[in-house]
Design a protein around this ligand. Structure first.
Ligand code: ZN
Length: 124
């Protein structure tokens, strides 16, 4: 990760009525649709919720880069509907232990030693 201050100003992507940007501090993607604001753990979850954003070249490149980095296809994003609300879900490599399941000599707290965590987003 770069340590320069330029990183604190997120690059804004605009598609139709959507505004999307990556907030480095919170390590989350944000999408603004008028008054609605949603945050996403990963670019894949964001694009699953807002497919229009895949039209943005740098977002597409980000997804491709992530896929190359993990050297295997991105985990499928599942869509669930629960009492009328939609939820999207994916299994991600644990960011805390980078998938090893260990933090030092102890099993990783964040993923219970599994090396992966389930992440999800409710869609408004
Ligand atoms: Zn972990």
């Amino acid at each position: 990760m770069e340590n320069d201050n330029r990183g604190s100003v997120p690059k804004i992507h605009e598609v139709d009525n959507l505004i999307a940007y990556y907030n480095r501090d919170g390590r989350k993607w944000w999408v603004e649709e008028g008054e609605n604001k949603s945050s996403f753990e990963t670019v894949e979850l964001m694009v699953a919720a807002y497919p229009n954003l895949e039209a943005v070249r740098s977002i597409r490149q980000n997804m491709i880069r992530r896929e190359v980095e993990r050297k295997e296809p991105a985990p499928p994003v599942k869509e669930l509907v629960h009492s009328g609300k939609k939820k999207i879900e994916a299994i991600e490599e644990c960011y805390y232990c980078s998938g090893s399941g260990m933090a030092g000599f102890m099993p990783c707290d964040n993923c219970d030693g599994k090396g992966s965590v389930k992440i999800s987003n409710w869609l408004s």
